[in-house]
Design a protein around this ligand. Sequence first.
Ligand SMILES: C[S@@+](CC[C@H](N)C(=O)[O-])C[C@H]1O[C@@H](n2cnc3c(N)ncnc32)[C@H](O)[C@@H]1O
Length: 199
Amino acid sequence: MKTLTVPIKEIYDSCDTGPHGDRHDLLGHKFYEWIAAQFAPGIIVEAGTLKGRSARSFSRGAPSSLVISYDIVYRSHLDSTGDPDAHDHILMYDNIITKAPMDINEINPAWFSKVDIIYLDISHNGRDEKVFLERIEPHFKGILIMDDVDDGKQYPGLQNVFQNITREKHLLPKLIAASRGTGVIPYGDWTIKIIAHGE
Ligand SMILES: C[S@@+](CC[C@H](N)C(=O)[O-])C[C@H]1O[C@@H](n2cnc3c(N)ncnc32)[C@H](O)[C@@H]1O
């Protein structure tokens, strides 16, 4: 087995400091940067893109890796808004390829055997995520990250899908996770050891 050791304090300490000395990372982006670096150079698949915030985190963490980001919707209207989070800003990142419109559940799943990290952040209804998990199961050998898996009020279907995963799975400590929960699931020969804050 190969062990991915996740040092919570080290990742937490890398978060930006707010005006009162507190650390901010409500979207879990420092974790994305950190894990991308562990697999560099590698291939990271993201679904979906939206404004490309998470895609850019993976890109920043691993400039030598390739980030391929899929979205079922092509949003050309984000091009000219001036919003720093606008979708087209990711075009300035040399190592991100965007594919839209493209349904992640229509890609030949054998492709995922080549991928080191998958980040799943799609419809949140639970149905699409369940289909995705079934499709990658025979092929994927890397680390799957699932966004927003621990908010039963907002996303009950998604939480249910995560809770029903029977293989090894981890909910990242809140300190470095997205505020609605970040799930991390090792496939293939991988196992994960989380070093808690203070250990
Ligand atoms: C929560 S947003 C993603 C946020 C993005 N990761 C970010 O950091 O800005 C979800 C996105 O998934 C897309 N989506 C939904 N179902 C999808 C599917 N089956 N395949 C690809 N993208 C999908 C939606 O169009 C939407 O843009």
